[in-house]
Ligand binder design. Structure first.
Ligand code: NAP
Length: 388
């Protein structure tokens, strides 16, 4: 079986987590038709940083290290690039990789604007390259099962999805303690609750109310949003109503950085997601990005609740398993089957979600700088050439 050869772009927190998953044995998650190989890692800061990364993720010494993103995308051994930079950089960095003829798995939020997302899709299509937004939660067996339950009609037509993905800061009386330059609140890095956290609330709204609809009746939603701003001008709390008028359904997507979804971190506060139909309700326990259990409450079985746990399998040899390997497996299968996009998160759906976020940001009065919102590709943009 031909391995899928990965290049990792950036050496931050999520790049480490993803790469450790990539290095696990697929058999540990009962997957036997997939093989990944880590061939190179690049840091825009320095080659040393890429070398340090290798030891942090316990990767073989044979993996190549680069001190620039340009060198990574020029490596003929790299088949697919995992873009793990801040979302401010996603458009330029993904273009850099696509223009070099590489397939791309790009972290969420896909881009800063919907226009940028459309441009990436156009280029991937024209160059016949695979491109996917790395919304890992969609590939969890738990998500697959819940989509199946919804499509089976278990709770009837779903009329409402309520989803929250919020973090609480530990400052006194709920004050935010992020320094202004932190990527979560820094507008130069497309900071803000919506693009970073709210994407998961929208993921639940969309994977139920949009994705589960047959193609012929999918409808673009109406969006109503309210945002509170942090001192930097980024959104710190955002609530969005996503209305699908023909289906008479609504999603309520909540996110914020001042109050957590779950105050004690033990799910005592109840589910992060509620999927409601006339026959019952499916509740997903948070966090919304990494759910490990769900429960089903049916009208015909009052007082009875079925609880289903979906733990994430661990590679015992590496003592590791986070759940990002399933999206990597999807990339392998799509590429080896000659597909340019994933049916679980098609390009059109990533673009539609970006359009909802565009509209919400507009209604909330949030603006990001031209450098990170332009949809004109520039290989020499500072977003591509680094921050030494
Ligand atoms: N799927 C998930 O669960 C998940 C979780 C967290 C984050 N994310 C997404 O992943 C992306 C990265 O998040 P992260 O938490 O890994 O961030 P991070 O720890 O701050 O790492 C970002 C990396 O990007 C590179 N970078 C290039 N230019 C930069 C700049 N001007 N400022 C800061 N970093 C720069 C740096 O790597 P080099 O110096 O090596 O180039 C840095 O280490 C974001 O889009 C975020 O939304 C996804």
């Amino acid at each position: 079986m031909a391995e899928l050869k990965w290049g990792i772009m950036a050496t931050g927190g999520i790049a480490q987590t993803f790469t450790k998953d990539l290095l696990t044995n697929p058999a540990s998650r009962d997957v036997h038709d997939v093989k990944h190989k880590l061939v190179a890692v690049a840091s825009s800061s320095s080659k040393d940083s890429a070398t340090r990364f290798l030891s942090e993720v316990n990767a073989p010494d044979s993996v190549k290290t680069y001190g620039s993103y340009a060198e990574l995308v020029a490596d003929p051994d790299v088949e697919i690039v995992y873009v793990a930079t801040p979302h401010s950089h996603h458009f330029q960095n993904t273009m850099l990789a696509l223009e070099a003829g590489k397939h791309v798995l790009c972290e969420k939020a896909f881009t800063v604007t919907a226009a940028q997302a459309r441009k990436l899709v156009d280029v991937a299509q024209a160059k016949k390259l695979f491109l996917m937004e790395a919304v890992w939660t969609r590939y969890f067996p738990l998500s697959i099962k819940i989509r199946e339950l919804v499509q089976s009609g278990l709770v009837g037509p779903v009329y409402r999805v309520v989803a929250d993905n919020s973090f609480g800061q530990d400052g006194p009386n709920g004050s935010l303690t992020f320094p202004d330059e932190h990527r979560m609140v820094n507008r130069e890095l497309a900071g803000g609750a919506l693009l970073d956290l709210g994407i998961y609330s929208l993921t639940w709204v969309f994977q139920i109310l949009y994705h589960c609809q047959p193609e012929a009746v999918k409808e673009k939603p109406n969006t109503v949003a309210a945002m509170n701003k942090y001192t930097t001008g980024a959104d710190e709390m955002t609530n969005i109503i996503v209305q699908f008028p023909k289906h008479k359904s609504m999603g309520i997507a909540m996110t914020g950085m001042r109050l957590p979804t779950d105050v004690d971190g033990q799910n005592t506060a109840g589910p992060a997601i509620k999927i409601q139909g006339p026959l019952g309700e499916i509740q997903v326990m948070g966090p919304a990005f990494k759910p490990l259990s769900y429960r089903v409450i049916l009208k015909e079985k009052p007082g009875k609740m079925e609880v289903v746990d979906c733990p994430i399998p661990k590679d015992q040899d590496r003592d590791w398993g986070h759940g990002m390997f399933w999206e990597a497996d999807e990339c392998f299968k799509c590429i080896r089957n000659g597909k340019l996009e994933s049916a679980t998160l098609p390009w059109s759906e990533s673009v539609t979600i970006m359009e909802v976020m565009d509209e919400a940001l507009k209604q909330g009065g949030i603006e990001y700088p031209e450098l990170i919102t332009t949809d004109v590709y520039d290989p020499n943009s500072p977003l591509n050439t680094g921050r030494r």
